[in-house]
Design a protein around this ligand. Sequence first.
Ligand code: PAF
Length: 284
Amino acid sequence: MSDELEIVRTVADLRQLLASWRKEGLSIGLVPTMGALHDGHFSLVEQSVQTNARTVTSLFVNPKQFGPSEDLDVYPRDEVADAAALAARGVDLLFAPAVEEMYSDGAVTAVAVPGIGDLLEGGFRPGFFTGVATVVAKLLIQSLPDRAYFGEKDYQQLCVIKRLTKDLDLPVDIVSCPIVREPDGLALSSRNAYLSAEDRQAAPALHQALIGAGYALANGAQVTSSIAAATAELLNVGFTKVDYIAVCDPTSLEQLEIVAGKARLLAAAWLGKTRLIDNIAIDV
Ligand code: PAF
């Protein structure tokens, strides 16, 4: 850990600083973010600061991972507060490029992760994982960290990133960090800020529905009936639409019809205009 948080906005400056650290033999951890930082991000930062001699956080609201009707324009942004919070937690460098810096000169190259990137979230948010994979591949190539940290809250994103680093032979250790939850079980997310007071009350039901389905499966219930019960529970407490509740292989995310052993339960559902996602591990 160095004494101060430095902020750089160009790839050239990022590379220069990181090259000097590597020359000194210092290990480097990268925590990619879109800002609007909360305790979920801070848990990634803290893990990186503990493990690596230097920690870099990127702050970039990546337009390529937002669909045309999604919340790019209103996505919460507060760089000053984010930078202060990162400095207090011992982060050494904040990389905060403008869109023109990340995608300069009419950049067209994209990183697609078909298969695992087309399932679940990929089906409901076309292009989302190509946007994520493209920016994460760029960040990893720009910074060449020893380790990069991602939260299990976006479990499918984590699987897609593990796949892309393997497929592209990127020499980085992808570290997954557990979901951080509010005391009532709601998974922390920058988008929770969109919830009305009434929706905020209903929101923890998403986690509860997953726990209920996991419990039913562990007690021998069928996959289809467990999902149907969890869906009904969500609609009953005020969720307006359930995009999916799925029982999946924890690595490939292929949907399972019968669970024997480890599986991941994943869900996405709407409370009014806010779309929430969550997931839990089960071992039956
Ligand atoms: O999880 C996020 O905040 C983003 O998808 C990421 C990994 C920073 C890429 O923009």
